[in-house]
Design a protein around this ligand. Structure first.
Ligand code: GDP
Length: 532
């Protein structure tokens, strides 16, 4: 990474160059393909597929677990970094599988912008809606990319309507397709009305051939497809579907682009839009409501902790998003929750599966700290002037299991494994005096989290577990006083979340929850951030 002086001006300039973002989408909408296409356009890699292609494309997959390979999904996330047009882009990968949404949500706590990727034939799908809710909650502005335009799909106006009706975002198309989905000819840039025609390259593994065609020639050559597009554009102008950058930043409006990631249609326009519109890192609010400007001394927040990425060195890597200041390898940081110093001699960049040491990094960048025992998701790290950022919200679990060690001789390994996987956020661990330490309750947003938990307990901690399902399906945060009212009721139980000591009330179903709310209006039952 570039070496700088570390003065406030240097930090401000470096921060201004950065765009830290993630792609949110439903599985199969084309996230991996788009990631490769973006990196290809930005010339970060040479051949599409080198980043994290799926089976068959020979990419650098994060295959740290057999399970991952067997199920053909990517569970771990990493960061991809590339340069485009003077900007430095950090693309934080999000695991695609629905059950790993909790991990994905945490990644959204570390970005400044998101690309919402839609399949042109499917529009807004379940997973996209959930993820969009998190973006709204965290005020992450969203750029929409309608993908797979090379295949039969829906009408563009209908898709815009769906965005407006279902998620209340005002869509403002920046490009407009000539030719319906499945018969894609090219894109009109709404800003200057220039037309770019696309032609496939064999295999789609390199840039599509893009040709600027003057309007009169396009009108003659594209025929009816052109006339339709021009008509629709006039309609868009009439209804005022134009972009207001302030409304985009405020999360009221979403710029929309059309294209196809696989044959590389419209991807460079998306890249330019990210550079032009997505906000660069800015001042962050601390837990006391004060702003920490990007030029303040170093601060960052742990948004992900992961162990077992590399079987050869059983390490534990904490991913930290830099919020302010310049990071220099070897600098001493303070771990805000404990006040303990933290060495950073072995700090790494995290690029795909490759890890290399880094010397300096700036706001918006992600650094990896290996062997970071004691670091938990949400923790703040700082240098010189103390700061604590608000915790990353935990998501409402909907699945619950009791875990027990299979072999009683392994109680110690069992405890160590539970602590570790809890701090990584693989599952949330809940306890109560009644149940005891030998039988903690595990809570998850998606049931696949339990499989990962069990596999890792057996594999890494040598403590195979037995899991038994509990009948609960919904949870609320409560307090000590209310817990006394809740305990003893049928279908309700109050547990303590190990990580932060919060009291969590779990309910068999929504009816029980409503009954309690009706009968005891004074009881505290705060919803957790909904995952569905
Ligand atoms: P992910 O699950 O969102 O990461 O989706 P992938 O990138 O793996 O894509 C899912 C499938 O859609 C793959 O078979 C891709 O080749 C295909 N795909 C992705 N983008 C496009 C596109 O623009 N056009 C077409 N025709 N197929 C695409």
């Amino acid at each position: 990474m570039s070496a700088g002086t570390g003065t406030p001006q240097d930090v401000a300039e470096q921060a201004a160059r950065r765009r830290t973002f993630a792609v949110i989408s439903h599985p199969d909408a084309g996230k991996s393909t788009l990631t490769e296409a973006l990196a290809l356009h930005a010339a970060a890699i040479e051949v599409a597929g080198a980043v994290h292609g799926k089976a068959g494309r020979g990419g650098v997959r994060s295959d740290w677990m057999e399970m991952e390979r067997a199920r053909g999904i990517s569970i771990t996330s990493s960061v991809l970094r590339f340069e485009f047009d003077g900007a430095l882009l950090n693309l934080l990968d999000t695991p695609g599988h629905a059950d790993f949404s909790e991990d994905t949500y945490r990644v959204l706590a570390a970005v400044d912008a998101a690309i919402m990727l839609l399949d042109s034939a499917k529009g807004l799908e379940a997973q996209t809606l959930k993820l969009f809710d998190v973006c709204r909650h965290r005020r992450v502005p969203v750029i929409t990319f309608v993908n797979k335009w090379d295949r039969p799909g829906r009408e563009p106006l209908e898709l815009l309507d769906e965005i407006e009706q279902r998620i209340g975002l005002r869509p403002a198309p920046l490009t407009w397709p000539v030719g319906t989905a499945g018969d894609f000819r090219g894109l009109i840039d709404r800003a200057d009305r220039s037309y770019t025609r696309f032609r496939r390259t064999p295999g789609g593994a390199t840039r599509a051939i893009a040709e600027r065609v003057p309007a009169d020639r396009a009108a003659a050559e594209e025929g009816e497809a052109w006339r339709n597009a021009v008509e629709e554009l006039a309609l868009l102008d009439e209804i005022g579907a134009t972009l207001d950058p302030d409304d985009y930043a405020a999360g009221i409006c979403t710029p929309v682009l059309f294209g196809a990631a696989l044959p590389n249609f419209g991807v460079s326009a998306l890249l330019e839009t990210v550079c032009r519109l997505a906000p660069s890192p800015s001042a962050r609010m601390d837990a006391d409501g004060r702003e920490r400007p990007v030029t303040a001394p170093f601060s960052g927040q742990v948004f992900k902790v992961q162990a077992g990425m590399d079987r050869a060195h059983r390490d534990r890597l904490a991913f930290i998003r830099i919020c302010s200041g310049r990071f220099e390898r070897g600098m001493s940081l303070v771990h805000a929750p404990t006040g303990r110093p933290l060495a950073t001699k072995y700090a790494q960049t995290v690029f795909g599966r490759d890890r290399s040491t880094l010397d300096t990094a700036y706001p918006g960048d992600v650094i990896g700290l290996p062997n970071a025992t004691g670091l938990t998701v949400g923790d703040t790290l700082y240098a010189r002037t103390p700061v604590t950022f608000p915790p990353i919200p935990a998501f409402a679990p909907e699945h619950f299991m009791v875990a027990r060690v299979t072999d009683n001789g392994r109680a110690k390994q069992f405890r160590r494994g539970i602590d570790q996987l809890d701090s990584e956020g693989v599952v949330q661990v809940l306890r109560s005096d009644l149940r005891g330490d030998q039988a903690p309750v595990l809570a998850a947003v998606g049931p696949l989290q339990f499989d990962v938990f069990a596999a890792r307990m057996a594999d890494e901690f040598n403590a195979p577990v037995t899991l038994n399902r509990l009948d609960y399906s919904t949870a609320r945060i409560t307090d000590k006083e209310s817990a006394d009212t809740l305990n003893g009721r049928r279908g309700v139980e109050v547990l303590t979340r190990t990580l932060d000591g919060a009291l969590v009330a779990v309910f068999v179903d929504k009816w029980r929850l409503r009954a309690v709310e009706r009968e005891h209006p004074g009881v505290t039952l705060t919803p957790m951030l909904a995952a569905g």
